[in-house]
Design a binder for this molecule. Structure first.
Ligand code: UDP
Length: 481
């Protein structure tokens, strides 16, 4: 067999697109012909990478698809309002025909597609090629969510404060009901729980799972996922380590709201480990009241900080924008606080020696970026599988403290007091416990780098995947022999 040709197909969300572009960089560096299937809204960073010499293909699909009824500007998950979300997710299946055409035209050997695209398993099967699933999260979260779905331990509690644990799980971790997604708690089937079922069923029918993680980080759960839950998987991360140099670090995702040089000049003026970086990913939003509490909490922590505040989703939401900002806030903190409004060059910031801690919503990309930067974290999960990632950081790795948010909420989040912010930030920055967490964080940073080096666990993981795919034969074809 000649060079493998693999297509990567992320769902329309920055947190899914970014690691797929990193994966494309890794694959090409290992001799795999790679094509990304995406949409116009996400083409920019891919084209920039191609212009800088990355040899990958790009196939653009029209989205929203013809006849879906979705407003033209809702091109990515962070731009979809709550009421349109079910329709948005449903409309993805309309891409089935163009995707099948691409598989045929490109003569693909394999399709790595997003968990949110369960129907792609059928597209791949039609052409006798394997489909690999990419969830974009950790083995720990994959195991926790499968067990949670199976055992539904939240049904055994009678109040929102009573705790429960996930049965048959290596670590005894306590959760409360409000940390579980409402669609999962609902007694009757709904659009999202239906999709979750389709996703699980589709994973079962796929050839395997590609995980953006590395063995040394969560060996217990890599093994558990394979041996107890019976999933075939390859751990090939951290994918973000495929980026070299400042330019690549800045070009991931959207256009940064701050110039590389301005950002670096600010950080260069700070002492080592003195800055807290605060960012909640591409999707999470907060109420004005919560933004205000966060501002005061950060100010009262006495620490230096960079705080990334997302711009309002649309003009309607943006009315009265920034009324939450405490009076003269920026003036008071001007020597020690920087607010970035919009998109921040997160990798560039986290990798700077001045950054000493990361306040994160625990999206897996951010979590892994924090791990690779070797910094302790304040965990502030909001929705998706972020509450699992929080437990992983605070109780399994022991490299972070929780801010205490216990409410799963996709809409604008609130409820964390200024005192909780101040307290958590101080706990990761100051004192013996902070030093201990920093030491452990540095250990995992080192392990992450070793995993992707030649001979490391993820390097070998990708070798195994390539070998496996090279000898793959579709079940139908085998039956004919
Ligand atoms: N990100 C960034 N700048 C921002 C916000 C996010 O570069 O201002 C990147 C971040 O580095 C990460 C991704 O966007 O790679 C967010 O993914 P994650 O899984 O952390 O969270 P999600 O956005 O999916 O909730």
């Amino acid at each position: 067999m000649g060079k493998l040709h693999i297509a990567l197909f992320p769902v329309m969300a920055h947190g899914h697109m970014i690691p797929m572009l990193d994966m494309a960089k890794l694959f090409t560096s290992r001799g795999i012909q790679t094509t990304i299937i995406s949409t116009l809204a996400f083409a920019d960073p891919i084209n920039k990478a191609r212009d800088s010499g990355l040899d990958i293909g790009l196939s653009i699909l029209k989205f929203p698809p013809e006849g879906s009824g979705i407003p033209d500007h809702m091109v990515s998950l962070d731009l979809v309002t709550e009421d349109w979300l079910p329709k948005f997710v449903e409309s993805l299946v309309l891409l089935q025909e163009p995707v099948e055409k691409l598989i045929e035209e490109l003569k693909l050997d394999c399709l790595v597609s997003d968990m949110f695209l369960p129907w792609t398993v059928d597209c791949a099967a039609k052409f006798g090629i394997p489909r690999l699933v990419f969830h974009g999260t950790s083995n720990f979260a994959l195991c926790a969510s499968e067990q949670m779905k199976l055992h539904k331990p939240y049904k055994n509690v009678t109040s929102d404060t009573e705790t429960f644990v996930i049965p048959d799980f290596p670590h005894e971790l306590k959760f409360v009901r409000t940390q579980v997604a409402p669609f999962q708690l609902a007694e009757t089937e709904n659009g999202f729980s239906k999709l979750m079922k389709q996703m699980t069923e589709s994973v079962g029918r796929s050839y395997g799972v590609v995980v953006n993680s590395f063995y040394e980080l969560e060996s217990t759960y890599v093994d558990y996922y394979r041996e107890v839950l019976g999933r075939k998987s390859w751990n090939i991360g951290p994918l973000l380590l495929s980026n070299n140099g400042n330019e690549e670090k800045v070009q991931r995702g959207k256009e940064s709201a701050i110039g590389e040089h301005e950002c670096l000049a600010w950080l260069n003026s700070k002492k080592q480990n003195s800055v807290v970086y605060v960012c909640f990913g591409s999707m999470a939003t907060f109420t004005p009241a919560q933004l205000r509490e966060t501002a005061i909490g950060l100010e009262e922590s006495g620490q230096e900080f960079i705080w990334v505040v997302k711009k309002a989703k649309n003009e309607e939401e943006g009315k009265g924008k920034e009324e939450w900002l405490p009076e003269n806030f920026e003036e008071r903190v001007k020597d020690r606080g920087l607010i970035i409004r919009g998109w921040a060059p997160q990798l560039l910031i986290l990798d700077h020696p001045a950054v000493g801690a990361f306040v994160t919503h625990c999206g897996w990309n951010s979590t892994l970026e924090g791990i690779c930067a070797g910094v302790p974290m304040v965990t502030w999960p909001v929705f998706a599988e972020q509450f699992f990632n929080e437990k992983f950081v605070t109780e399994v790795l022991g490299t972070g403290v929780s801010v205490g948010n216990k409410k799963w909420l996709r809409a604008a989040s609130e409820g964390v007091s200024r005192e909780a912010v101040t307290n958590a930030v101080q706990r990761v920055m100051v004192g013996e416990n902070a030093s201990e967490m920093r030491k452990r964080a540095k250990y995992y940073k080192e392990m992450a780098r070793r995993a992707v080096e030649e001979g490391g666990s993820s390097y070998n993981g990708l070798n195994e995947m390539i070998e496996d795919l090279s000898v793959y034969r579709a079940p139908e074809k085998q039956d004919l022999n």
